[in-house]
Design a protein around this ligand. Structure first.
Ligand code: SAH
Ligand code: SF4
Length: 353
């Protein structure tokens, strides 16, 4: 019965081969009586070439391709919708086999291609200005589901991906293992081979995960969504991280910089009358001065039905000048895909520096 063991019966959901670790793949091929070099061949098809069918794997014997297809799927995302902006950026709505959908974006600049991916379908953190937060969490994504978004965008543009940001839907540090595994695979020469510094993870400030991240050996880039350096304002804007005080965040970020020597980015979406006042600007300068920090001033995306309005461009300019006057480099993040509808309320303006 050895042969029939893995055969699907009617209604069986086949296992996604992409969810296998290297060790599991080695074991599986051994069980099928295959030489070990097949593992490398299959991994190349999955992670470098982005094969979506076993039939694509032309250097495998036909019989093996059939055996694999009987037992496994290759996950595979389906494109539900794609919007193309006048500036060339493309936004996608993708669906996984279980029906869950997420968004991702590709942003080309010359020969460079930046991709923004989601780490969860929805988000449980409930930030007041964020459309994803308003909808709650559906589920976390697996590492291959995160990786597949990048592959999808790469295949659609037919370009090499030069940077990736985990700044789509979801909180990557509430899905730490899968997010890190996806980042590692993106970085790996056996995957897309994207430089670690060009892979950025953005967190709303989950402190235990920031501490853990500081100990990872790769030179990944960290972005922290700050949005206010005044405790009361931040509590109201970001209720999901209320339990972590700004003082604690400040200390942990100091440790992060000491340990890694890398400069974190702080994201700050300017909201008229809420976090763009003189007091708020003063608190932001105090939070960042004398620290290794880069501040990204983001123009708030207006979310339907929200009471929050973006600040003026002049106010954003003033923030940059004042931060510079205390020695903190700040940039106003270039906006992309203005004309494509950003339903999740946040995918328009993500461009890694
Ligand atoms: N959960 C992570 C990463 C995804 S959100 C985080 O919060 O950092 C990516 C970025 O979009 C965050 O900086 C978030 O604060 C920001 N964002 C959310 N809603 C926005 C809006 N309406 N306008 C501008 N930026 C927004
Ligand atoms: Fe979640 Fe980030 Fe949106 Fe906050 S801003 S609700 S953490 S996705």
């Amino acid at each position: 019965m050895q042969e029939a063991r893995n055969l699907p019966t009617e209604g069986t959901v086949l296992t996604d081969l992409r969810s296998f670790t290297h060790g599991q793949l080695v074991e599986t091929l051994k069980e099928l009586g295959q030489p070990t070099f097949r593992v490398k061949q299959i991994e190349e098809w999955i992670w470098e070439k982005g094969a979506t069918s076993f039939d694509d794997m032309t250097n495998l014997p036909k019989a093996l391709r059939a055996q694999l297809a009987e037992r496994f799927t290759l996950g595979g995302v389906k494109q539900v919708a794609r919007q193309i902006s006048e500036d060339g950026s493309r936004k996608y709505l993708l669906r996984y086999p279980d029906g869950t959908t997420v968004e991702c974006v590709g942003m080309p600049t010359g020969s460079k291609l930046a991709v923004c991916v989601s780490s969860q379908a929805g988000c449980a953190m409930g930030c007041a200005f964020c459309a994803t937060g308003a909808a709650g969490l559906t589920r976390s994504l697996t590492s291959s589901e995160i990786y597949d978004q990048v592959m999808h965008v790469r295949n659609d543009f037919d370009m090499r991906v030069t940077s990736v940001v985990l700044m789509g839907q979801g909180e990557p540090f509430m899905n730490y293992d899968a997010s890190l595994a996806a980042m590692r695979r993106l970085n790996s020469p056996d995957g897309l081979g994207i430089g670690a510094r060009h892979i950025t993870v953005s967190t709303c400030g989950v402190i235990p995960a920031i501490k853990r991240f500081a100990n990872e050996p790769e030179q990944f880039t960290l972005a922290v969504s700050l949005h206010s350096a005044v405790q009361k304002t931040r509590n109201a804007l970001m209720p999901g991280v209320r339990k972590y005080s700004l003082l604690h965040l400040y200390e942990v970020m100091g440790e992060y910089v000491d340990k890694t020597g890398r400069r974190p980015t702080y994201e700050y979406a300017l909201i008229r009358g809420v976090n763009d006042t003189e007091d708020e600007l003063g608190a932001l300068c105090d939070f960042c001065r004398d620290n290794l920090a880069h501040v990204n001033i983001i123009k708030l995306n207006e979310v339907k039905g929200s009471r929050f309005q973006p600040s003026s461009d002049a106010r954003a300019g003033e923030f940059v000048r004042r931060l510079a006057s205390v020695g903190v480099e700040a940039t106003i993040r270039q906006s992309r895909g203005q004309d494509i509808d950003a339903a999740c309320g946040q995918l328009k303006q993500r461009l890694s520096r």
